[in-house]
Design a protein. Sequence first.
Lengths: 98, 312
Amino acid sequence: MGAALVAEIVVKAKIRTLLERLGEFPASPEALRDDADLHAAGLSSYGTVELMVAIEEEFGVEFPDTLLTRATFGSIEAVAAAVSSLVGAGAAAREEAA
Amino acid sequence: MTATLIEHTPAVRFRDELLRAGLLLATGVDGVYGRAERFDAVVEAVEKLIGRRAEGDNAELMRFPPGMARPAFEASGYFRTMPQFVGTVHCFCGDDTDHRRALECHALGGDWAEEWRSSDVVLTPASCYPVYPIVARRGPLPEGGWLVDSASWCFRREPSLDPVRMQMFRQREQVCFGTPERIRAFQTRWMERALAMFADLGLRAATDLANDPFFGRPGKVMANGQRSQRLKFEILVPISDPERPNACGSFNYHVHHFAEAHGITLANGEVAHTGCAGFGLERVALALFRRHGLDAASWPVPVRAVLWPSEA
């Protein structure tokens, strides 16, 4: 299994854990497919904000304004893609600085 | 230099005109005004006009004071999403010693209010907010849902030199409870009614998709969600600045936000959906003064006939 695939699986597992901890999310994240619509599954607008804050803390990233949209938090897959792009960008910036 | 710029904004010029004409009375706080009889007569006429446009809806009338219960306010989540607008009521709960300390503090130029504590009253941010807990306490909604016609003084902490942006103002707001289809139909009906009403008042109005001014970075996600789901529309009219029309009313679909927050269910036990259609009464009055002049007696006869039909 490639390193990138392992990283993706880890990111998605962490996102499921964060969803599980949300006070206002009625669905079971374990039972959700990666591409399932989180909003349809009961992720409220405030739940979206809680998820955003939790992800920023967990991964040490900050979503730029362009990613502060409903679509970014539309599915586990979409959130993972956003996180990977931010973590990747952060790592690249650190390498450049080093 | 800055002072010169401020003096020349259309908003400040309009405010000065209103104050000079004696329609609004300065209190020393931006956005908090006294109202002269000639101003309030228009506000009252606008409110009655909205009431006439709602005739036949068989809505339950509810009228509220400017404050609401803190637990209901907290349940609504308003302070989580728009903390910048919130006004809480603080009261003195101390004894003689605390009172003396407050007076001494004031004499020394300090803040006497530090001895005051937050109470169980919060200033109402929108007329519909006190409605939800009352409807919730009655149990499941009747078949077909429910409709409330509410009015309240409201408070939003956004001091501004623009008279359109008041901190304390009145709202007349219809609140609809039921299925998603019922709420969407209600939202559309009131947007059509509002456009017709403003046209009858000789005001150039347009409706547009909108979002609430949610606070901070999280607020950007919420605003985006509100827009992408087409939950909020406003009716915009040029008032202070012809180039920048202001919202005089809004038509909102809350999905199940308020119903879940307060426990409001349909007759079949499912979580209800809610929506509201509200007008800022002072803003409509200001739009009229701006469009037709500061002397309501000289407004066009058809406009006066719409506002004061008994005089026609």
